[in-house]
Design a protein around this ligand. Structure first.
Ligand SMILES: Nc1nc2c(ncn2[C@@H]2O[C@H](COP(=O)(O)OP(=O)(O)OP(=O)(O)O)[C@@H](O)[C@H]2O)c(=O)[nH]1
Ligand SMILES: [Mg+2]
Length: 357
């Protein structure tokens, strides 16, 4: 595993720790870590070329088959690192995409992941194709690899367009369902937050549907699930579960999961679910803010849910609540797993009414 310490990056440790966890979710064990301080990424290797050489030695010494880079690699950097280290090389975006591939169950999730994969591969193919044709071609002739690459590239392009069309249909269907709900006067509340924070567990607790899948793994949920719930005061509310966020979620995935994430952008309120035991809870909250901004949901009314209080002491609960007080947003501390504190949540929905068209 390798990563760059750039001047504007103060969370490399965190990113690497998270990358280790992401890899564990693919049953991959990290045997060695190598980082480098640099003013800016090297265009050829990301890390310096000497460091790339050292990485090869490190990989040999620790018998690593795979090199995983925390930073996003350009097609050229990826090809160069592969050649230099004689190892398979992945970047963070590819690791996350692979977990999504592993978790996708429904047809929609599979299509979305495949689209993200196509969009990830296309620029890489272009880079490789250029390299191959430069290597073998004389002036005015076609490179030996070019036609093969071109064929594969065109196939991917056609597939990407095809999937986009299917997803667009799904989006339209969802949109008209949402409009219908609004006409019926039912407000929608979307559960958003970091992966593994307990969104699905909270939805299970609220609606009692045991079939919803919650698990101690990253990206357990890749689909939206919308459930109607009757509040203690007798109001009907809709809750939408969504795909979890993570630091540096690849843009291809955000784009491909638009139909799913739109459930959040179109909601009347967001429940931002945080794990109260997260030692970097404020940094995590910032990541969520940024992701919400990217998907266009930053302006929605919100409530902060500090989850998993069954595993935190009362001092911790009070302290984290205090930290969020300045945000001027309702904060609710609860345990989705045991149900403690969940009854306090209902009050925040009292004034909620569905958006007008
Ligand atoms: N101790 C404790 N564990 C919890 C609580 N809520 C959720 N969990 C556990 O946290 C893990 C993740 O829960 P999920 O509900 O799947 O989390 P999620 O936010 O939906 O995660 P993704 O779908 O991956 O984004 C599971 O093992 C849950 O049992 C809680 O209040 N207390
Ligand atoms: Mg979930």
């Amino acid at each position: 595993m390798t990563g760059l310490q750039l001047p504007d990056r103060d969370d490399l440790e965190l990113l690497l720790e998270e990358l280790r966890l992401l890899l564990a979710n693919l049953d991959i064990e990290v045997v060695a870590v190598s980082t480098q301080k640099k003013a800016r990424p090297d265009p050829a290797f990301l890390i310096g070329s000497g460091k790339a050489e050292a990485l090869k030695v490190l990989a040999e010494g620790s018998q690593a088959d795979l090199i995983v880079c925390n930073d996003m690699l350009t097609p050229i950097q990826l090809a160069n690192l592969r050649a230099k280290t004689e190892r398979e090389v992945w970047d963070r975006a590819l690791v996350i995409t692979k977990i999504f591939e592993k978790r996708a169950v429904t047809a929609e999730a599979k299509l979305q992941v495949e689209l993200a994969r196509c969009r990830y591969e296309l620029p890489h193919l272009r880079g490789l194709g250029r390299q191959m044709s430069n290597a073998g071609a004389g002036i005015g002739t076609r490179g030996p690899g070019e036609t093969e690459f071109e064929r594969h590239r065109r196939k991917l392009q056609v597939r990407a367009v095809d999937i986009s069309r299917k997803l667009e249909e799904i989006r339209r269907r969802r949109d008209s369902q949402r409009k219908q709900r609004r006409r019926n006067g039912v407000p929608t509340i979307a559960l958003v937050g970091y992966t593994n924070s307990g969104k699905t567990t909270l939805l299970k607790r609220l609606c009692g549907d045991e079939k919803l899948y919650a698990a101690d793994q990253l990206f357990a949920t890749l689909d939206t699930a919308v459930r109607s719930v009757r509040s203690p005061s007798g109001r009907v509310l809709l809750f939408a579960d969504t795909v979890g966020f993570i630091r540096e979620l690849p843009p291809q995935l955000i784009a491909a999961f638009r139909a799913t994430l739109e459930e959040a952008t179109q909601a009347d309120m967001l429940l931002i679910v945080l794990d109260i035991n997260d030692p970097d809870i404020l940094a995590t909250y910032d990541v969520i803010q940024m992701t919400l901004q990217e998907i266009g949901a930053a302006e929605l009314p919100r409530t902060i849910v500090l989850n998993k209080i069954d595993r935190a002491g009362s001092f911790r609960v009070a302290r984290v609540k205090e930290q969020f007080r300045g945000e001027n947003i309702p904060v609710c501390a609860l345990s989705a797993l045991t149900g403690v504190g969940v009854s306090d949540l209902w009050g925040v929905f009292d004034w909620l009414s569905p958006r007008r068209e």
